[in-house]
Design a protein around this ligand. Structure first.
Ligand code: MN
Ligand code: MN
Length: 458
């Protein structure tokens, strides 16, 4: 191929010893984050603790900010905004924003979950985000979340992560009896109301009367003895089943990482570590770790909440300018994952425009489906700006579209930020088996994403 042609760069193919060492070292910190931040609450707490260690102080609305301030806004423990106020001119330079999300697809308990059927104690669920239901059966699941008790206290729950903990389970048919199920489509074989969690099997004796022996009652007693809970406490709880697996290196060469929830922790971790590691103090930088992206960025903790623009207003008030002036000059990277090219399923990806594993951070100009519908589609000028920035800073990046035209599609937080008159584009890491209980990414892409963020906020 001549010099005139465009070609992706494979990071592992071109990396020197020093870069390889950096890639592998950085991945170790990421794996710690993965294992300790499986829900938005845990990821938020992790980022907050790191922010405090790096000198960030809690921000309260009404507070005036000044140059050099480092603050965070903890939104209900599920969404966090990290802001470093630069020494430069915020009106002229705007804010450099990196927005990623910390919620991932999972199985949520319903508000009245417990029941028993034929001697088995089970729990009803409603899944969260886009999952392929059959993938969530017959795997170890851990219970994570929070229970708001009647006395106003909140009980934080994590069961199934410690080696000594029990785990939970959704059953599937044995092949011997699956003839009918095998004839169904993958989408129909396991139904939403079939995702019932196995909670127990030992009956509790309420009275001497045999028919009062119930396994549900026994579970209620365990919950009461261990956690002081009664059944009605589930009414005010957010409890989720997530895969109980730990993050592990994949393959003989350890180039890849398998884990639950790469989408979108693989962009969140580079976002806040880039902020903490970058010592230049000219620019004002905002890192957003959003909740609810997987269900449309709605609600008080989603990217569509007014808190985002309220914080920009707070900055504008502090420096005697307007939010509109700051936003007009701001730039945003919507940091979210893309589908990586998978040779096992090559038919859904268009080879020339797919994101490839280990070929660097994937820039996605537009998302959407059926004629780019629902996408904010970034300007060529903004892509040009980033192209120059990344190339000058030695960041290895590629371009990638989510699948072939009319095969499917998806969206990110990008359009909600672009709507605020802020130049926004998606940039993320390619993921294999996205939204599955165990997803795969490349350590090289994770590190290039980090380098891209460092260049963006410098
Ligand atoms: Mn995502
Ligand atoms: Mn997703």
């Amino acid at each position: 191929m001549s010099e005139l042609a465009y070609k992706r760069t494979n990071v592992y193919e071109t990396a020197d010893e020093k870069l390889m060492k950096s890639i592998f070292e950085y991945a170790e910190g990421y794996k710690v984050f993965l294992d300790n931040g499986k829900t938005e609450r845990e990821a938020c707490a992790f980022a907050k603790a790191m922010a405090e260690k790096n000198g960030y102080k809690p921000f309260k609305f009404g507070q005036k900010l000044k140059k050099g301030d480092k603050v965070y806004y903890d939104n209900r423990g599920k969404n966090i905004y990290l802001i470093k106020v630069g020494n430069g001119d915020i009106e002229k330079d705007g804010i450099r924003i990196i927005a990623s999300h910390i919620d991932s697809p999972r199985i949520d308990l319903k508000q009245v979950p417990l029941y028993e059927s034929d001697g088995i104690a089970l729990a009803k669920t409603h899944y969260y985000g886009g999952i392929r239901k059959y993938q969530w059966t017959t795997i170890p699941l851990a219970l994570h979340g929070a229970v708001a008790l009647k006395d106003g206290s909140v009980l934080n729950v994590t069961i199934g992560e410690d080696e000594a903990d029990p785990v939970f389970y959704i059953s599937d048919l044995l092949p011997h009896l699956a003839q009918k199920q095998n004839a169904k489509t993958l989408g129909e074989a396991i139904e939403g109301e079939g995702l019932n969690i196995w909670f127990g099997n030992i009956p509790y004796t309420v009275t001497e009367n045999e028919k009062d022996k119930t396994v549900k009652e026994n579970v209620l007693h365990i919950l009461h003895d261990k956690y002081g809970m009664v059944e009605a406490d589930f009414l005010s709880a957010e409890l989720s089943l997530v895969p109980a697996y730990k993050a592990k290196d994949i393959g003989f060469d350890r180039a890849l990482i398998g884990a639950y929830g790469h989408d979108d922790r693989v962009c969140s971790y580079p976002a806040f570590t880039a902020l903490f590691d970058e010592k230049s103090d000219e620019r004002t930088v905002m890192v957003v770790l959003a909740d609810k992206e997987e269900i449309g960025s709605e609600g008080t903790t989603g990217m569509q909440c007014a808190i985002f623009t309220d914080l920009i207003d707070a900055l504008a008030c502090s420096f005697g300018t307007t939010s509109s002036a700051i936003r007009a000059n701001s730039k945003c990277l919507s940091a979210d994952v893309n589908a990586a090219y998978d040779p096992n399923f090559a038919e859904v990806l268009e080879k020339q425009n797919a994101t490839y594993l280990s070929c660097g951070a994937g820039v996605t100009k537009f998302t959407g489906a059926r004629g780019k519908s629902g996408s904010s589609d970034a300007d060529a000028e903004y892509v040009g700006f980033l192209r120059k920035l990344f190339d000058e800073n030695g960041v290895i990046w590629q371009t990638g579209e989510l699948g072939k035209v009319d095969i499917g599609g998806g969206g990110t937080v990008a359009k909600y930020i672009a709507k605020m008159n802020i130049d926004t584009i998606d940039i993320g890491v390619g993921v294999i088996s996205m939204h599955a209980p165990y997803e795969v990414i490349s350590k090289a892409d994770l590190y290039e994403e980090y380098l891209a963020f460092r260049a963006f906020i410098k």
